[in-house]
Design a binder for this molecule. Structure first.
Ligand code: FMN
Length: 215
């Protein structure tokens, strides 16, 4: 595999600054970059090492436009349901929530302009539609997004296309037995990478017994 310029090689810096990048330039992403982040994805662990994933890369403008329309429908439904309307949040979380809502709206309006859409597809056997079987795709998705960050590419984990999953399957020839678990837009970011809002470790970690916190 060809060597590509890594813009951030410190693993903790990569993890700490990999956030949902939804404002992406339309500029093309060379195929070596896509292959490299897919390499990273496919190094991930999976249940029984089955590697029951397939990756579908979409760059065709017409297909992307159709997918954007379905995705936007999912977003509009979510907004209409009151999602994002969280008046009781503390100020730092409320500010983060507002930023997420604004950038998610942008993505819903501009998804078709993103140069590459990658569908992370899970091959689930009969009776495997549970959390354990389904979760094997997500470590791979995270690997892909971290590798993209290291190469200077922006990504976001999205799922709103799933409201129209049957239509997406028909458009892309995906068998009915395959779950399109995530849709990952990939492109060069308009903004800068940086830390997203996350609660401190000590607020979300218990020691030895549920509820026991340590500073
Ligand atoms: C399972 C899952 C589904 C998600 N679905 C969407 C989605 O459909 N659209 C979207 O814009 N972001 C989606 N996200 C991204 C989250 O909104 C994002 O990770 C979170 O707000 C933190 O953002 P940050 O990394 O920029 O701080 C999803 C994230 C996860 C883990």
């Amino acid at each position: 595999m060809s060597e590509l310029p890594v813009v951030e090689s410190d693993i903790f810096e990569v993890i700490g600054t990999q956030r949902a990048m939804r404002r992406l330039k339309p500029d093309p992403v060379p195929e070596e970059y896509i292959k490299k982040i897919l390499w990273a994805a496919t190094r991930a662990p999976s249940g029984g090492n089955r590697q029951n994933w397939r990756w579908l890369v979409v760059t065709d403008p017409e297909k992307k436009k159709q997918i954007q329309q379905w995705y936007k429908e999912g977003w509009d439904n979510l907004v209409a349901s009151g999602y994002g309307n969280r008046p009781d949040l503390p100020p730092d979380e409320a500010a983060s929530n507002e930023r997420v809502m604004r950038s998610a709206q942008y993505l819903a309006d501009h998804l078709h302009e993103v140069p590459v859409l990658i569908f992370a597809c899970a091959l689930l056997g009969p009776g495997q539609h549970d959390l354990t079987a389904g979760s094997s795709i997500y470590p791979a998705v995270q690997n892909l997004m971290l590798a993209a960050r290291a190469l200077g590419l922006g990504t976001a984990l999205t799922t709103l296309h799933r409201i129209r999953q049957d239509d997406v399957r028909r458009l892309l020839g995906i068998p009915e037995t395959v779950e399109t678990a995530a849709l990952i837009p990939v492109g060069w970011p308009r903004g800068r990478f940086g830390a997203g809002f996350r609660k401190p470790v000590e607020d979300v970690t218990y020691w030895e017994h549920w509820g026991n916190k340590r500073p």
